[in-house]
Design a protein. Structure first.
Length: 285
C-alpha cells in the first residue's frame, strides 16, 4: 500500500532538492468560517506551502496562545468538529493529491470518535500525519500502530526542556517529521534565539533521523529566514491567523472568505520568498 506518509517525505525531499527549508503554515479549521477552510488551504499551497497543518478545534487548547485559542473558539462557535475537519480534507483532496495535510490538535476529539474509527476516516479523507499534543510517545503505542497501518505519520513535539530520554522516545515512534517548539510557553510568544535553536537541533539530530520543523515565535520574513538556515522546515501559525483575523475584522460573512484567502496568500508568499533566499547552513537530515 502506498503510504500517505510518502507525501510528507516527498515534500521534504523537494524542498531539500531546492536547497531550502520546507514551509509549513498552520491554520485553524473552520476559521474565519467553515466555507473558507478549503479555499485557504489551496491558496496557502499556491503561495508556497510544502505541508499544511490544520488545527482541529477543541474547547481546551492548552498548548495554544491567545491568537490560536480565539481562532478555535470562532470555529467551535460555528459548529466545527473533528468530522467536519475530515470532510474539509476530503474536499481539498478533490483538487490536490500531493500536498501533505497534518492534523494538529488534542486527544479528546479522537478518543470520542474512537481511535480505530478515526484512523480509518483520516486515511479515507487523505490525512498524512497527526500531531496530538497530549499523546506522549510513551503512551501512543496502540494508536501509533493503527495510524502506521494506514500510512499516517504520528508526529511529536520536542521542546527546549526535552531530555535526551524524551528525544529517544520520540525517535522510536515518530514518523514524517518532528516539530521542535523553539520557545518555552504557548504558541505565538516570546523572542527567538537562533543560535540556541541550532544547538538544540544538533542534540535532537543525534537521535532523530527525520526532518525537524521549528515553530513558535516565527512572525516575519527575518525570523523565518534565520530559522530556515538551521531547520529542515519552518512552521508558522499565530502570525498567519492574526493576518487573517485582521483582514476579515469588519466584513460581512459573505466577504470573509475572499478577504481571508487574499491576505493569507499575500503574507505567506513573503515568508516563502524569505525561505527561498535563506542560505542553508546545514544539510537536511
Amino acid at each position: 500500500m502506498t503510504s500517505h506518509n510518502d507525501r510528507i517525505a516527498a515534500a521534504f525531499a523537494r524542498a531539500a532538492g531546492q536547497g531550502r527549508a520546507a514551509l509549513i503554515p498552520y491554520i485553524a479549521a473552520g476559521d474565519p468560517s467553515p466555507a473558507a477552510t478549503v479555499p485557504l488551504m489551496h491558496e496557502l499551497v499556491r503561495a508556497g506551502a510544502d505541508v499544511l497543518e490544520l488545527g482541529v478545534p477543541f474547547s481546551d487548547p492548552m498548548a495554544d496562545g491567545p491568537v490560536i485559542q480565539r481562532a478555535t473558539e470562532r470555529a467551535i462557535a460555528q459548529g466545527v468538529g473533528l468530522a467536519d475537519v475530515l470532510d474539509m480534507v476530503a474536499g481539498f483532496r478533490k483538487q490536490d493529491s500531493t500536498t501533505p495535510v497534518v492534523f494538529m490538535g488534542y486527544a479528546n476529539p479522537i478518543e470520542r470518535m474512537g481511535q480505530a474509527r478515526f484512523a480509518e476516516r483520516a486515511a479515507e479523507a487523505g490525512v498524512d500525519g497527526i500531531l496530538a499534543v497530549d499523546y506522549p510517545p510513551e503512551e501512543i503505542g496502540e494508536f501509533a500502530g493503527l495510524l502506521a497501518a494506514r500510512g499516517i505519520a504520528p508526529i511529536f513535539l520536542l521542546a527546549p526542556t526535552s531530555s535526551e530520554a524524551r528525544i529517544r522516545a520520540v525517535a522510536e515512534v515518530a514518523r514524517g517529521y518532528v516539530y521542535y517548539v523553539s520557545l518555552k510557553g504557548v504558541t505565538g510568544a516570546g523572542h527567538l534565539d537562533t543560535a540556541d535553536v541550532a544547538r538544540k537541533l544538533d542534540v535532537i539530530r543525534r537521535h532523530v533521523s527525520l526532518p525537524i520543523g521549528v515553530g513558535f515565535g516565527i512572525r516575519d520574513a527575518d525570523s523565518a529566514r534565520s530559522i530556515a538556515r538551521v531547520a529542515d522546515a519552518v512552521v508558522i501559525g499565530s502570525k498567519l491567523i492574526e493576518t487573517i483575523e485582521q483582514a476579515v475584522a469588519d466584513l460581512s460573512p459573505e466577504r470573509r472568505t475572499d478577504a481571508a484567502v487574499s491576505a493569507a496568500g499575500s503574507w505567506l508568499a513573503i515568508i516563502r520568498q524569505a525561505l527561498d533566499t535563506a542560505r542553508r547552513e546545514s544539510t537536511p537530515a
